[in-house]
Design a protein around this ligand. Structure first.
Ligand code: HEC
Ligand code: HEC
Ligand code: HEC
Ligand code: HEC
Length: 385
């Protein structure tokens, strides 16, 4: 994948975490998106997505989390802040949009609205925005964070006040939890010694969820009297690959590949997964907080991209779906084709060519997420044949 694409995906993470922190302050989503853009260059892409939505007039028919014209009855189309597909990724979203093209087109004619002609990049940003909406965490709840420590019996060893239990540092003395990744990192780095302490004290390993980690962070921040910094720098996902290969690649390959297994997880979910099975790992190598960020960014992106498509099945779909009626073969003219190119085929500069299918009475071919992935693989194969 092109570098730009990766940066954009990373931007989604940035936006996601910014939304989480900033939501506490404003509760106003739009404001939050602008906020994030000010402090992080990558987040500008999800922010651009919010602007594309406005410029293209999507909200004439769709609400976004209950906001916009579309929520006044009669609502002709669903809320775009809702989960649009069971799994979120470029292919599933491209498929959803492509398959609704005829209905949407009809609505446009009925309402006399100019159909959108957003570029591939714009669609990419729009999806970054939708994605960020899906995974903006509910802000951590302080009270629930305290409950987690008690119900998971962390308090058997860690006291919540200054008075130490003698077994482990009190929460007050934990490393400063400026952002949730610090906690993931601390848990990872202390997993080996905690594993032993758990054993000695005959305490079972306690699993955590991503939500638990968010709430814990909120609680720890309160105890430590730390205001969330709201600053969050993000590494490019590919910088996490060597770390992944060294720490996780041994087990997570082939049928255990995380690209195949993971769906719809956010950073903290992945962080919790790491903690949950760290006691089963033969070695838990120490990493730095920056390394942990890289690792999370890498794993998170694996699931966003999803499994790669098949070129052979793509060629078949190309014929079956009627693309071959107009296209000779792979369309890649030097620039890689992505799921967003397929969306742009229906809703970008090339849309008129494709809407000819509708006006000429050719049934609009439905594309499943797998079809999109396969077509992308095929369309990227070298040169027309
Ligand atoms: C003129 C009205 C109208 C406008 C404007 C419009 N849409 Fe739609 N959209 C529809 C209709 C109708 C459907 C199909 C019915 C449904 O699923 O809600 C739809 C469906 C969709 C879907 C698929 C939802 C699903 O269920 O999977 C997506 C995604 C979508 N639109 C995105 C957009 C975006 C992004 C824009 C702006 C670029 C936009 N729409 C502008 C009318 C519109
Ligand atoms: C059986 C005792 C025990 C229990 C129960 C326990 N811990 Fe620990 N924990 C330790 C010890 C010992 C250390 C210090 C390890 C070291 O120094 O490497 C530690 C360290 C930590 C640290 C790093 C603190 C720092 O310095 O920043 C965190 C975070 C942490 N534990 C969280 C938890 C959470 C969350 C739970 C509950 C799910 C939990 N612990 C349950 C014994 C325990
Ligand atoms: C010793 C082998 C091993 C190592 C090393 C390992 N894992 Fe795992 N991982 C597993 C197994 C087995 C599972 C299945 C869940 C379980 O623990 O029961 C799993 C599950 C997961 C899951 C949840 C998958 C799901 O289906 O929801 C994530 C995320 C994950 N691992 C990430 C990592 C990361 C990141 C690393 C490196 C820091 C890592 N794992 C290292 C064996 C390993
Ligand atoms: C009715 C004829 C027709 C059919 C059928 C058709 N296309 Fe196209 N397509 C075109 C034309 C013409 C262009 C070039 C439009 C332009 O450059 O303005 C194009 C451009 C594209 C592009 C943009 C390429 C670029 O320059 O980035 C993609 C992607 C694409 N088509 C994919 C598909 C897929 C996938 C199918 C099958 C589901 C398909 N097309 C079916 C006529 C068609």
């Amino acid at each position: 994948m092109a570098e730009v694409y990766q940066a954009r995906v990373a931007g989604v993470v940035a936006a996601q975490l910014h939304i989480a922190t900033a939501m506490a302050i404003t509760h106003n989503l739009r404001w939050v998106i602008y906020l994030s853009a000010a402090s992080c260059i990558w987040a500008a892409d999800a922010r651009n997505g919010a602007m594309v939505l406005e410029q293209q007039g999507c909200q004439q028919c769709h609400a976004v989390r209950g906001q916009g014209l579309g929520h006044e009855p009669p609502q002709v189309a669903r809320d775009l802040g809702e989960r649009l597909a069971p799994t979120y990724g470029p292919h599933t979203l491209a498929s959803a949009l492509w398959n609704h093209t005829p209905e949407m087109w009809t609505q446009f004619s009925a309402q006399g609205v100019r159909p959108p002609a957003a570029t591939e990049t714009d669609w990419q940003d729009l999806f970054a925005y939708f994605y960020a909406l899906q995974f903006s965490e509910p802000v951590g709840e302080v009270g629930r964070g305290k409950q987690v420590l008690e119900t998971k019996r962390c308090t058997d060893c860690h006291s919540l006040t200054n008075a130490s239990t003698g077994r482990a540092p009190s929460v007050q003395d934990w490393a400063h939890a400026d952002d949730p990744v610090v906690l993931v990192y601390q848990l990872w780095n202390h997993a080996s010694s905690m594993k032993n302490t758990f054993k000695q004290n005959k305490i079972e390993w306690k699993t955590l969820t991503g939500r638990d980690l968010m709430d814990l962070t909120a609680y720890v921040q309160t105890v430590q009297r730390l205001a969330p910094t709201g600053e969050f720098s993000l590494p490019a996902p590919e910088t996490g690959k060597p770390l992944f290969d060294a720490n996780c690649g041994l087990c997570h390959r082939d049928s255990m590949s995380l690209a195949m297994k993971l769906r719809n997880k956010n950073w903290m979910d992945i962080g919790a997964d790491i903690w949950n099975h760290s006691q089963k790992m033969p070695t838990v190598r120490m990493v730095s907080p920056d390394d942990m960020r890289k690792l999370l960014a890498y794993v998170w992106q694996l699931q966003y991209d999803g499994p790669p498509g098949s070129r052979v099945l793509g060629q078949k779909a190309f014929v079956d779906k009627g693309c071959a009626g107009c296209h000779q073969g792979p369309i890649n003219k030097g620039k890689p084709i992505t799921a967003f190119s397929i969306v742009a085929a229906a809703w970008g500069p090339a849309r008129q060519a494709h809407h000819r299918m509708l006006t000429q009475g050719v049934p609009w071919p439905n594309l499943s997420p797998a079809d999109v992935a396969n077509l992308v693989a095929y369309l990227n194969s070298p040169g027309p044949r």
